[in-house]
Ligand binder design. Structure first.
Ligand SMILES: Nc1ncnc2c1ncn2[C@@H]1O[C@H](COP(=O)(O)OP(=O)(O)O)[C@@H](O)[C@H]1O
Ligand SMILES: [Mg+2]
Length: 262
């Protein structure tokens, strides 16, 4: 499998390794996100998805490798500088400011901007994507449901008018219905605004349907990559991530023993 042409890549990781003390969480991770696409990293709990995003946004400094954003080296840069360059991170578990109103949470996303008209326009834009946030604009964000907080966290990132959004498991703790609703809006934002997105997910079904290009992460290493259209057709992805096992005990046993990629 050949990697596509790299010219229009907004983000490039090359051989990135990050660790927590002696524990290597990700190793030899190389990936890229092209302008205007949704790319996804699929992996089960503990695979290293959050570590990849934290390393990109400068929260963790990598031990090895390099990260390039819009053609510039941002490896181990100050997270605030990376935000200023146009990269927003929607963290796992949303992390809204619970004691601030919904509106003030949104304005926090726009803190680097000077164009007040643009900020007002973008506030209107996120209210159109997520009408519930307009209704709750004056309420404390801590009073929102989990799904609404996820909407707010995504909207706060949009308020920066970023070139790239990192989205960490938006489905976590949400009902299938709400997850579907949020993914549909994420896809709309990507199609209508051209916002480039790197999404990491355990929910392979949702992520593969929403995304253009995908990577499979296992124990901190990327073990497979392809267009999502092709990944959806691969038997091991179907069986292991999409739960579409063939009937019969043999298939079952095989998966309990060992996954065998490719
Ligand atoms: N703060 C931390 N200290 C020590 N180990 C950590 C820490 N955060 C994550 N890890 C370990 O790093 C690995 C990858 O974790 P993480 O990136 O959170 O995975 P994922 O987001 O895919 O669930 C796991 O083995 C996890 O236990
Ligand atoms: Mg995680």
């Amino acid at each position: 499998m050949t990697a596509p042409v790299t010219d229009n890549a907004v983000l490039k990781l090359l051989n990135v390794e990050s660790a927590y003390g002696p524990i290597k969480a990700i190793r030899g991770v190389s990936l890229q996100v092209r302008r205007g696409e949704i790319a996804t990293v699929l992996g089960s709990n503990g695979a290293g998805k959050t570590t990849i995003l934290k390393t990109i946004s400068g929260i963790i400094d990598p031990r090895k490798g390099s990260i390039e954003f819009k053609g510039e080296n941002i490896t181990a840069q100050d997270p605030a500088l990376i935000v200023q360059r146009g990269l927003m991170h929607v963290p796992e578990g949303r992390e809204v400011f619970p004691l601030l109103s919904v509106r003030d949470n949104l304005l926090m996303g726009a803190y680097t901007r000077k164009d007040r008209d643009g900020v007002a326009r973008d506030m209107e834009l996120v209210f159109n994507y997520f009408p519930i946030l307009r209704e709750r604009a004056a309420q404390d964000a801590g009073l929102l449901s989990g799904g609404q907080q996820q909407m707010l966290a995504i909207s706060r990132a949009l308020m920066a008018n970023p070139d790239l959004i990192l989205l960490d498991e938006p489905s976590l703790g949400l009902s299938p219905k709400l997850t579907k609703e949020i993914f549909e809006i994420v896809v709309r934002i990507n199609r209508e605004r051209g916002t480039t997105i790197l999404l990491v997910e355990q929910n392979a079904n949702m992520a593969l349907n929403a995304s253009d290009y995908g990577y499979v992460l296992e124990n901190g290493r990327i073990v497979m990559e392809d267009t999502c259209a092709r990944l959806r057709e691969k038997d091991d992805i179907k069986e292991f991530y999409l739960g579409m096992k063939e009937a019969g005990v043999r298939a079952d046993r095989r998966w309990k023993k060992k996954k065998n990629w490719r």
